[in-house]
Design a binder for this molecule. Structure first.
Ligand SMILES: [Zn+2]
Length: 304
């Protein structure tokens, strides 16, 4: 059963009230409504967008690898990633959209910390088994309906979605560094915006990944608030918090207000979580994000 609306709505409410809840998501619904969907990077290139990337764009791709887990607890994350091919999936998705100047390793490994990051020295992206494991626990608190097997499957779908949300964010850091992009403002916000843009402007499956990502921020914010996850677990520059949750909710809503009006709290929709005052600005915010990133990446975008 595909029930992302109900599920996300319930979880979104959970973030600001108390009980986090949710029902299973699914990707069994193959219908796509691409005509409703903004596809800024792939659908309708303007005359100024080259049919192929500029020569400086390069032929690089994301290259996935798995390091042997350093502790037994990380084996589950390794097995999950290999089984679902989540990393290969996000690599293929990104590679279809944007050219890289050279191959960029995407390494799954034991890090000794809960993290995912772009390393500007080694020019690679690391996805820590510990991050997957911790977020599994977050989603397990949200996926409370159905049999154990169904809950497990739902959690893994959530994790695949989040893996996309997080790694497209890290790729954003990489793109800014590799192409020396003049991204303005707080880089963390800018690359969150890129990740949200890439998912929200994708097909139904990738839009679902955006919802999974939003639910992760809500669960993490709740865990932070409850003291369940020490803040120093996230000691890098990323702010995994309620603000990120609202931003992503806003951008997803803004990408398609008709489809995502259930996110907005109103008299007719008390279960929505995005305040109307913020929601009003979201279509504009999303348009600006689309324009900014479209401009920054224009020389590096692949064929429509
Ligand atoms: Zn970041």
């Amino acid at each position: 059963m595909r029930s992302s609306r109900v599920r996300a709505g319930a979880v979104l409410v959970g973030a600001v009230v108390t009980a986090v809840t949710g029902c299973s998501s699914g990707s069994d619904d193959a219908t796509t409504k691409t005509e409703d969907v903004v596809r800024p990077f792939k659908a309708t290139p303007s005359a100024s967008v080259a049919a192929s990337p500029s020569p400086s764009a390069g032929q690089g791709r994301l290259v996935v690898s798995y390091e042997e887990p350093k502790k037994p607890a990380d084996r589950r994350a390794e097995a999950f990633l290999k089984r679902t091919k989540a990393l290969e999936g996000v690599a293929r998705y990104a590679d279809d959209i944007v050219a890289l100047p050279y191959d960029v390793p995407l390494r799954a490994k034991s890090c000794g910390q809960v993290n995912a990051f772009w390393n500007p020295q080694t020019k690679d992206i690391t996805y820590c088994y510990e991050f997957v494991d911790t977020l599994r626990q977050v989603y397990e608190k949200q996926e409370t309906e159905g049999s154990a097997k169904e809950r497990d499957a739902a959690v893994e779908q959530d994790l695949v979605g989040l893996t996309n949300g997080v790694l497209l964010h890290e790729l954003g850091h990489g793109l800014i560094a590799m192409y020396d992009l003049p991204a303005t403002g707080e880089e963390e916000d800018a690359v969150d915006q890129l990740s949200a843009l890439l998912l929200a402007s994708g097909d139904d499956e990738h839009q679902e990944y955006a919802i999974d990502t939003i639910n992760a921020w809500s669960g993490l914010a709740e865990a932070d608030a409850a003291g369940g996850i020490p803040a120093n677990e996230y000691a890098d520059e990323h702010s995994l918090d309620i603000q990120r949750f609202y931003n992503w909710s806003c951008w997803l809503y803004g990408s398609n207000p008709d489809a995502y009006k259930w996110i907005v709290e109103s008299q007719g929709n008390p279960d929505g979580v995005l305040p109307e005052e913020r929601a009003e600005r979201c279509p504009d915010e999303f348009e600006k994000i689309t324009h900014s990133w479209g401009t920054l990446l224009e020389p590096y975008l692949k064929d429509a």
